[in-house]
Write a protein that binds this ligand. Structure first.
Ligand code: MG
Length: 311
């Protein structure tokens, strides 16, 4: 039987668990933290971080995730295209997304253009890899970034997310559509000026990305580069990542006020507990309106809620 084994980050492992949440199976083998079965492919996640795809459909399934393969120390920092050596000193439009692994709240995508004469200023404003920055700090510098740099921020609200997800759109495709939309929009905004490169923080192989957006009216293709960890490669992606994160945080605040409970980030057990509280107090529709409904958290929350009801 054919199989593919990949080492993936914990974030991607969570995405995989959510992605295959409808197909989970019980597997009590040592070291197995998650198992799912499709008609032609079994997916197993081990505590070591290794993920195995097994069966005739393994190539197809593994493909969704190959862009997220964890780099081994011997490899170069980023995967994706060969990048121009001086890229970090060029005028670049970057894009990044957030919220994909969070049960509550939207997916947000931002594109930011950093012209060459703003490169230094952007660094002075404190733009760094958003994974190294605290939420409060990002919220503080976001207004300056917005005032300084041409940008486009898109929020895919939960109702819309749930509708397109039910219609069969994968998260990967949603992300690709949003990145392309944000980039199209921003390119128009800065015309006739053009970036030397467009740098997308890579979540899918180039071919997969363009396959996702092939039916769009406008598709950004000129000088487009893909790289993982692109926020470490150019400040335009770092700034985009910050603006996407801030849009996510703001929407989470709004939803928390709407529902009357502070909504937690991520997809942990605490998230299940809060979701169960919402189910009990306000019902399914209320929960649906603030979540990515297809995540396994929905099933876990309703399990918790039904136990509490029967108590
Ligand atoms: Mg990213």
């Amino acid at each position: 039987m054919s199989n593919i084994v990949m080492k993936l980050t914990s974030t991607t492992q969570k995405e995989i668990m959510n992605y295959y949440s409808q197909n989970t199976i019980e597997r009590k083998a040592p070291g197995v933290i998650f198992a799912a079965k499709l008609p032609d492919c079994a997916i197993t996640i081990y505590s070591s971080g290794k993920v195995m795809f097994q069966g005739g459909g393994c190539e197809r399934e593994a493909k969704h995730w190959e862009a997220s393969t964890e780099d081994t120390p011997t490899m170069t920092l980023s995967k994706g295209d060969a990048l121009p050596k001086n890229l970090s000193s060029l005028a670049v439009m970057g894009s990044d997304e957030t919220g994909t692994g969070d049960y509550f709240g939207p997916i947000t995508v931002a594109a930011v253009y950093v012209p060459q004469d703003k490169l230094e200023l952007v660094k002075e404003l404190g733009v760094k890899d958003s994974k190294m920055l605290k939420d409060d700090y990002m919220l503080q510098i976001a207004p300056d970034l917005k005032a300084t740099l041409p940008h486009c921020v898109l929020t895919l609200h939960n109702e819309k997310y749930n509708t397109v997800q039910k219609a069969g759109t994968s998260q990967g495709k949603m992300k690709a559509l949003l990145h392309n939309q944000a980039l199209c929009h921003l390119l128009k905004k800065i015309a006739p000026e053009k970036p030397e490169y467009v740098l997308i923080d890579q979540f899918a192989e180039r071919k997969t990305y363009y396959n996702y957006i092939k039916n769009e009216k406008e598709i950004v293709t000129e000088n487009v580069l893909f790289a993982t960890k692109a926020e470490q490669i150019h400040v335009a992606v770092a700034a985009a990542s910050i603006l996407a994160r801030c849009a996510f945080l703001q929407e989470m605040d709004k939803l928390s006020r709407q529902i009357g409970i502070t909504l937690p980030k991520g997809a942990s057990h605490q998230v299940d507990e809060i979701a169960a509280q919402i189910l009990l107090a306000q019902g399914e529709e209320a929960l649906y309106s603030v979540t990515k409904w297809h995540f396994a958290n929905t099933r876990k929350a309703s399990h918790i809620a039904s136990k509490k009801r029967n108590f």
